[in-house]
Ligand binder design. Structure first.
Ligand code: G3P
Length: 222
């Protein structure tokens, strides 16, 4: 399973990419709205931090033709290459746009997915990733993990090349349980990712190691 950062905050992205094995950044209009910077300014800043790792940028157009135009525009003005994924919500126009954007040679992440059938149709339309929203499903007394598990099973059963990018997490346990489904990837906020990689017992163990080793480790490292 690979991990992506669901944030457009530059300090968070720098920290995550500096210390942890991150494979990309996902954004959407809501995430961008938290930063108070326009797309034209924030995308180049993100690209500077992530090198050739994946960047997923969501479109906001209403029609499939405009979604295609929007996707091409971002590719061209930001000079994006193979690491660019066009995030397209799975509306009626969105399903059509997935095919158009794929035919134009760009990668697609189908997003705002709440059911297994939506994911299967997006996969058939050619999406490279499908992004089910785990916590938002849990919040409506549905079952985010089960939906992810059903999508993973469907994709395997029919031998589709699409990967599942589980999104919308509020806690570590949701990501842990998603990882048991065979899900290919997750994207999560800075706070959830940091919590995922930390444990107070690890910190406590290191304090003890440092104390016990202080008098014994007599080889200078520089
Ligand atoms: O990537 C999709 C994600 O940003 C949605 O997350 O926390 O707004 O449900 P959330």
């Amino acid at each position: 399973m690979i991990y992506l950062a669901d944030t457009a905050n530059i300090a968070e992205i720098k920290d995550l990419f500096n210390y942890y094995p991150m494979e990309g950044v996902t954004t959407n209009p809501t995430i961008l709205s938290h930063e108070g910077k326009p797309l034209s300014k924030i995308v180049p800043e993100i690209l500077e931090c992530i090198g050739n790792k994946m960047i997923h940028i969501q479109t906001i157009s209403d029609t499939s033709e405009d979604i295609l135009k929007e996707a091409k525009k971002y590719r061209d003005i930001f000079g994006l290459k193979d690491n660019y994924y066009v995030k397209i919500p799975v509306t009626r126009e969105g399903f059509r746009a997935i095919r158009l954007v794929k035919d134009a040679g760009m990668n697609v992440t189908a997003t705002a997915i709440f059911t297994q059938p939506q994911a299967m149709i997006a996969a058939n339309a050619g999406a490279d990733f499908v992004a089910p929203y785990v916590n938002r499903l849990d919040n409506i007394v549905s079952h985010g993990i089960e939906v992810v598990s059903d999508i993973v099973k469907g994709i395997r059963l029919y031998g589709l090349p699409t990967r599942v990018l589980a999104a919308s997490f509020k806690n570590v346990d949701q990501i842990y349980r998603v990882s048991l489904t065979g899900c290919h990837s997750v994207t999560a906020s800075y706070d959830v990712l940091i919590a995922l990689m930390s444990h107070p017992m690890t910190d406590r163990g290191v304090i003890d190691f440092e104390k016990d080793g202080a008098m014994l480790y007599d080889i200078p490292i520089s």
